[in-house]
Design a protein around this ligand. Sequence first.
Ligand code: AMP
Ligand code: MG
Length: 395
Amino acid sequence: MKSVDAHLAEILATVRPLAPLELDLEQTLGATLAEDVSSPVPLPPFDNSAMDGYAVRAEDLSDIPVTLPVIDDVAAGSLELRAVGPGHTVRIMTGAPMPAGADTVVPVEWTDGGTVSVRIDRRAEAGHAVRRAGEDVQSGDVVLKAGTVIGPAQLGIIAGVGRRRVWARPRPRVVVISTGAELIEPGTALQPGQIWDSNSYTLTAAVREAGGEGFRVGSVGDDPGILLDRLDTHLVRADAIITSGGVSMGAYEPVKEALAPLGTVRFEKVAMQPGMPQGFGVLGDDQVPIFALPGNPVSSFVSFVVFVRPALDKMRGLPAGMPETVTARTTESLRSPFGRRSYLRGVLADDGTVSPAHRQGSHQLAALAAANALIMVPEDVTEVEAGAAVETVRL
Ligand code: AMP
Ligand code: MG
């Protein structure tokens, strides 16, 4: 059997980071920047008020309280500004440019709020509530480095420096196909022998959570011809393909039957539990990677975590490798088959313990849904005592 490490190493040696594209701002969420983004101007671009209040000369506040005439009203976006001379004040709103002459903003809460004249009850130090040009970003400063994943705040600063488009690696587009003649869509009535297709939903959601764009195709039954046809249709828009089911040792294994003859996809036994039967390879002229995962719901999900997620990281241009682990103490003893790495379902608690689920079958999806971690038991370990330290992967 092939080791988990060797299988992942082969996957990571095969998949490549997606080529950067010039993406419109609206398309950049979850993409990975492929250029340093800098600001063409200082931010803020001009001195402005941090509060609603009155722009004054600080020197006019030496005797408090003081009443000053209000000579103008400036809102954010105001273009024409009257200078504030000695003994004068201008009513000013948050974000409005500071008028010439004024060096201080007195918050409206420290005044009587007057519009013709204003009584100021509290002294503000020079420069109070004034945001200086460039105090966030200097002109030419790099605000985001290449390799940064664009989240909402990163998207905000790209917009904030005035960019409409940036070079970035897009989120990988991943087509998810399930196989199995027994599968029907959730929301329809079960006939004898049928089950609802859960894997295509789980895997599509897992793709999205891992920073990809998931396209769920649903089940193609157990017909290798239909599978090939469906692959043909969807290959053009896929950066990667995931299939579930149809890769084990029985009859009616459509994924194996359809893809093994192509010679570019290998079907192997990987020394893990769950998830032993695995297929991986490339399809088409563009060498689109395909992950042929086993059909048992827990197996396909664990396979996603161990093999597909790191591959998506690499495609996104991010550091890629084995999932990060957290050390915890197991509350119960564990068993694991010799020669295979187990990924048992468990619940990690704040006190640093992990409680293994009691239903560890690879079909027991409800136990997976109740878990928040996978407990890894190494290949050469068959028993772990309660209280012992184990490595876990957070889900
Ligand atoms: P297979 O790998 O196709 O032999 O499937 C293994 C087991 O997983 C069988 O019990 C299938 O019914 C089940 N299974 C396969 N695909 C799915 C799916 N998409 N959703 C839920 N269960 C599935
Ligand atoms: Mg099947």
